[in-house]
Design a protein around this ligand. Structure first.
Ligand code: 0WE
Length: 259
């Protein structure tokens, strides 16, 4: 049977069938996990049918910027499932104007928005889920290489992802003694709903695939399969880690000139 049989997963961040959260959901479902979904109000029409496709019985709206929403959904998820074994955070947002031009022009409000929604939300969700997370449970989030090295226009999101990766380590240290693991997947660029809002994303993916050792872009299934591994007992010894699902892009220091 599946490697996640008997486990329950609560997933934040499925907007549509291009979402990385959706790739993760499918892999967790395939491995036997029981799924619950939380979607942003605006995505209800697309998210709900997807959740139902995987037999989810818990599908609720939550604004991760609201402590009240988070408290309410965790209470309800806890009542529904009894326990949560897997918490997936596939959420990020920065104002569009902060993902173009110069980082130095970022406003205080734009900075706070990006860090709040893209980083603090992991703390808030983990904090609220804690009463329901048992030993051998796992928290997973998504990051991007723009946290470590400058990616043109990624700007305030790069700073938010740097904070998120650090957050993963601090949460891992806090929760490790309780047998709760906290990890991140650093995915290569994938054409999701948010990525499609970025001009030049196609060229971005093309240059990525030209440089990466595997010479291809990654898919939401690639990320989903690694997510299923990290959330399963096969990864019992891994916590506080950033695992790259990026065709090897991050190991490169110089580009091989094309023949
Ligand atoms: O983390 C991301 C996406 C983050 C994101 C994207 C948007 C676009 C629309 C967060 N907030 C918004 N807000 C919007 O209004 N990625 C790794 C994908 C991504 O985003 C980029 C990239 C890549 C790659 C933005 C600029 C440059 C490269």
């Amino acid at each position: 049977m599946g490697t996640l049989d008997g486990k329950t997963a609560l997933i934040f961040g499925v907007s549509n069938d291009h979402s990385i959260g959706w790739g993760i959901s499918q892999a967790l479902h395939r491995e036997g996990a029981k799924l619950g979904f939380s979607y942003q109000a605006i995505n209800e029409k697309r998210a709900r049918p997807l959740a139902e496709r995987l037999g989810a019985t818990f599908i609720e709206q939550c604004d991760v910027g609201s402590d009240d929403d988070i408290a309410a959904i965790m209470q309800r998820a806890g009542d529904h499932f009894g326990q949560i074994d897997i918490l997936v955070h596939a959420v990020a947002f920065a104002n569009r104007e902060d993902l173009m031009g110069r980082f130095v022009d970022t406003s205080r409000a734009g900075f706070a928005m990006a860090l709040d929604v893209s980083c603090y939300s992991l703390v808030a969700l983990t904090q609220a889920a804690l009463p329901y997370l048992r030993e051998d449970s796992s928290v997973l989030t998504l990051t991007y290489y723009g946290s470590e090295k400058v990616a043109p226009n990624y700007n305030v999101m790069g700073v938010a992802k740097a904070a998120l990766e650090s957050t993963v380590r601090y949460l891992a240290n806090d929760l490790g003694p309780q047998g709760i693991r906290v990890n991140a997947i650093s995915a290569g660029p994938i054409r999701t709903l948010s990525a499609s809002a970025i001009r030049g994303f196609r060229d971005y993916q093309k240059s990525f695939a030209g440089i990466a050792p595997l010479r291809r872009n990654v898919t939401i299934d690639d990320v989903g399969n690694t997510a299923a591994f990290l959330c399963g007992n096969g990864a019992r010894g891994i916590t506080g880690e950033v695992v790259y699902v990026d065709s090897g892009y991050n190991i490169m220091g110089m580009v091989t000139p094309e023949e």
